[in-house]
Design a protein around this ligand. Structure first.
Ligand code: HEM
Ligand SMILES: [Cu+2]
Length: 846
């Protein structure tokens, strides 16, 4: 199918009328509800992303406030601003807030706002999910901070090393607040990964093939994949530690065969990519700002894309460099040390491409560019001290001193904050429809830039002299007190700068000079959106032919504001997106998305109560909450998309496309694929944990436990053949229109799953015993439990699909749910077989 070419003729007066009607209709269909209710139920990406950004900055202020207290304490030796325990709590909360509640979510917020506009889409493909992610983030953050109210604030560092964080050394609830709150908030990051990947793959404007994607979108795509693979190890580690703390399992406890270093591996498996998860979106911002202000296309576009992808891959091989000081074999040290330096190459490539672009163009020194210059200076310094740290001997020398604190802040503030502020000022005219005051914003920049450098440059010195990190004081004899006083004073200057910037930005929305569209004369699609930004972004879905459509064909702007192009008419009063081919960018399907709904906030709130029940050991409350939670999610799934949509819709005169449930690249399908990637990473981390514990344990299986006998193990596995058969034959029956047979196969799969659980778990219990006895039993039960949960979910999906077929929402043409159920069963059986081999096969060989 080829796209209909839009009509570029000037509309006749009659058309004008129709145009007005159509706009009014789009307006109405896409509007959030009125008042507070409207705010709580809104799911539109512009609305939700604004909230994410505002919340992110609020957490920046809170995290910053904590650091001001820490700096006061360090201003002079022997001060009593914070006692040692408070200091430890503040360091922990500051680091945690900055990393998990500010850096990652804020860039997710930017992506949520910008990606649809940059790729010419009206919304993200899963608006409810965006909103759900936001509430999880907000509630998770509040959950973490409620630890102040209950007087048990986490204090073991933002990395929560075991055994310090286990129940022996951290008996209070502090660590639980951390583990549960952070994991809750992380749902938002994972959700944003699903959103971004699906959006970029299937909702790009017609004509935007992969080589024409804006670099920020590329950066976010790579970041989303990194989140999909990088966050699960941390989520798993948090779950394992919380299980150990709550139910006395033994993963990290040496006395019962566990290993505290397992935590460090899992943590840094996440923690190193995390640095790039923070940096890559920032690099994407830099690419956008640089080419606009140089007023020319990016030099080396392809190289930048390759560099982004290479960074994504390389960063996963690096986690061990955070553990140089824990006693790693020398050869491994050399390898990881080299790899750490290699990751500087793609970053260097990007820096050269940016400089070349600026060199070739006529740079324009407005406020966003100032921040880009600040970024260059600060980030390059941070990179240099990073290369120093990658040398193992030097690393040993300055390990755990303020040199590392300096390096870390140079990288984070240089690599994240400066690009972030550049982007903030760059896209502010788009979001607010107004211009900020040039003089006020320039003062904000200089306060932050000077304050930052004066605060953190001296720390390189104090660190090399030997001032320890994460300690509330230092000896007068070290001779670093003047430097510390300077750091503290300058830290306050920087804080004033940050507050000034945020006030400036907020004021811009009310007082800024009005009526500027595309003030920087940028070339990418987000600037085609009218100002103020309509909730549907584009009246007609844009069609483009180049990387910088607004530079190469300014007509595009007018075309997207008329309603005579693609999807200009809102059929059936539904919110519609245009789905396009993954590689080609050709129109493929109509995606109907959700309007405002209570579901996301209710679901997040139910989870919050469930977690509150858990942390207060009121387990009955948690279990009770599962009922409404599952009900909400089933209702959610039942009403996703548009179950009454016809199989085909007219997108423009003469162009008919299938609706999502009948399309091959349906968003739901890609959501499943990405979710399985994430889940697969979680599963792989768990298998890693199993083998890691095994390799470090003296005996395996533990004394007193055995491996299940051959026969019952095989018998238990056999019922999984049923779902496998169903996953194969069910869809065949459905495609042939034999609906009853298709339903029967769903039921067969559900029965197979139930029988498997009934056979496997009791047999396992007999052999392995209680999970509290030994790390072996702990990890075996966690693996088995992980798989059992998947079976239960698959059974739910199966029953759900059977109901959908019965109700006539799924049939021979609209097969989406059946494909999803089949794929989920195949995956579940697949990890079941791996689990089975790990539990019953490998220990025999050893
Ligand atoms: C006003 C700006 C800031 C100041 C004055 C500041 C100050 C500090 C101080 C004094 C520490 C504790 C050092 C120690 O005793 O070991 C610290 C730790 C930390 N900061 Fe900041 N910080 C600022 C901004 C940020 C930002 C923007 C981020 C991240 C985006 C960040 C991330 C961290 C992290 C992760 C730690 C924990 C480091 C560790 O594990 O030792 N900070 N900061
Ligand atoms: Cu690292």
């Amino acid at each position: 199918m080829s796209p209909a070419t839009p009509d570029h003729t000037i509309p006749t007066p009659g058309d004008h009328l129709r145009h007005g009607d159509r706009l009014a209709r789009l307006e109405r269909v896409w509007a959030n509800g009125p008042g507070l209710v409207g705010q709580l139920t809104a799911v539109n990406h512009s609305t939700v992303s604004m909230r994410v950004i505002v919340t992110g900055f609020a957490f920046l202020l809170v995290g910053g406030l904590l650091s001001m207290f820490m700096r006061l304490q360090l201003a002079w030796p022997g001060l009593q601003v914070l006692d040692p325990q408070r200091y430890a709590q503040f360091v922990t909360m500051h680091g945690t807030t900055m990393m998990f509640l500010f850096a990652v979510p804020i860039m997710g917020g930017f992506a949520m706002y910008l990606v649809p506009k940059m790729i010419g889409a009206r919304d993200l493909p899963f608006p409810r999910l965006s909103s759900f992610g936001y509430w999880c983030y907000l509630f998770g953050g509040l959950f973490l901070y409620s630890s102040f109210i209950f007087g048990s604030v986490p204090d073991t560092g933002w990395f929560m090393y075991t055994p310090l964080s286990d129940s022996t050394y951290s008996p209070g609830k502090g660590a639980d607040f951390w583990l549960i709150g952070v994991t809750f908030a992380e749902i938002a990051a994972v959700v944003s990964a699903v959103e971004v990947i699906a959006a970029v793959l299937i909702t790009r404007a017609p004509g935007m093939d992969l080589r024409r994607m804006p670099l920020f979108v590329w950066a976010m795509l790579v970041t989303a994949f990194m989140i999909a693979f990088g966050f699960p190890p941390l989520i798993l580690a948090s779950i394992l530690l919380e299980i150990q703390r709550a139910f006395d399992f033994a993963f990290f406890e040496v006395a019962r065969g566990g290993d505290p270093l397992l935590w460090q591996h899992l943590f840094w498996l996440f923690g190193h990519p995390e640095v790039y998860i923070i940096f890559l979106p920032a690099a994407g911002v830099v690419s956008m700002v640089v080419s606009t202000f140089a007023r020319r296309p990016m030099v080396g576009y392809t190289w930048i894309v390759l560099a982004l992808v290479a960074t994504g891959f390389l960063s996963f091989g690096l986690w061990v460099h955070h553990m140089f000081a824990v006693g790693i074999p020398l050869l491994a040290l050399a390898f990881f040390s080299a790899a750490s330096m290699m990751v500087a190459i793609p970053t260097g490539i990007q820096i050269f491409a940016w400089l070349a672009t600026l060199w070739a163009g006529k740079p324009w020194l407005r406020v966003p560019m100032l921040y880009i210059i600040g970024f260059f200076v600060v980030f390059v310094c941070g990179g240099l001290t990073g290369v120093m740290l990658a040398f193992v001997p030097f690393n040993w020398q300055v390990h755990d001193t303020h040199f590392v604190v300096a390096h870390l802040h140079y990288v984070l503030i240089g690599g994240l904050m400066f690009p972030l502020f550049a982007g903030l000022y760059y896209w502010l005219p788009l979001a607010s429809g107004r211009m900020p005051s040039e003089s006020l914003s320039r003062s904000g920049f200089w306060l932050v830039f000077i304050g930052f450098n004066l605060a953190f440059l001296p720390m390189h010195l104090t660190g090399m002299v030997g001032m320890p990190r994460r300690v509330d004081s230092y000896a007068m004899e070290l001779g670093v007190h003047w430097l510390n006083l300077l750091s503290t004073a300058a830290g306050f200057v920087m804080a004033v700068g940050v507050v000034a910037i945020l006030i400036d930005v907020a004021l811009c929305f009310v007082l800024g000079r009005r009526g500027v569209e595309n003030p920087w004369q940028a070339g990418t699609l987000e600037w085609a959106v009218p100002s103020p930004v309509p909730t549907y972004n584009f009246a007609s879905v844009p069609q483009i032919e180049s990387r910088y459509p607004l530079w190469d064909n300014p007509e595009v702007v007018a075309a997207t504001r008329r309603t005579d192009g693609l999807l200009g008419e809102a059929h059936d009063d539904r919110r519609e997106l245009l789905g396009t081919g993954i590689q080609s960018g050709r129109p493929e399907q109509v995606i109907r998305v959700s309007t405002s709904t209570w579901l996301p906030i209710l679901a997040a709130f139910t989870i919050a109560i469930l977690l509150a029940g858990f942390i207060s050991s009121q387990y009955w409350l948690s279990i009770l909450m599962l009922v409404p939670l599952i009900g909400l999610f089933l209702h959610w799934a039942w009403t996703t998309g548009d179950r009454h949509a016809p199989a085909e819709l007219e997108v423009a005169p003469g162009l008919r496309l299938p609706t999502q449930a009948a399309a091959r690249n349906a968003p739901g399908w890609w959501a499943l694929v990405v979710t399985l990637l994430i889940d697969g990473s979680l599963f792989a981390s768990l298998v890693f944990a199993y083998f890691y514990l095994w390799l470090n344990a003296p005996v395996w299986p533990a004394v007193g436990a055995t491996v299940m006998a051959w026969r019952p193990a095989l018998v238990a596995l056999a019922p999984l053949v049923l779902p496998l058969l169903a996953a194969w034959l069910g869809p065949v029956a459905l495609a042939a229109g034999r609906l009853r047979t298709a339903i029967a196969w769903q039921v067969v799969a559900v029965v197979g799953g139930a029988v498997y659980l009934g056979l496997h778990l009791p047999a396992l219990w007999a052999a392995v015993g209680a999970p509290q006895v030994h790390a072996y039993a702990s990890v075996v039960w966690t693996l088995a439990g992980f798989h059992a949960v998947h079976i239960l979910v698959a059974m739910l999906i199966g029953g759900f699909t059977a109901m959908r077929i019965r109700c006539g929402y799924v049939d021979g043409v609209r097969r989406l749910e059946s494909r999803i159920a089949a794929a989920f069963w195949r995956y579940t059986v697949g990890i079941g077989v791996v689990t089975w081999a790990v539990l019953h096969l490998f220990p025999r060989w050893a």
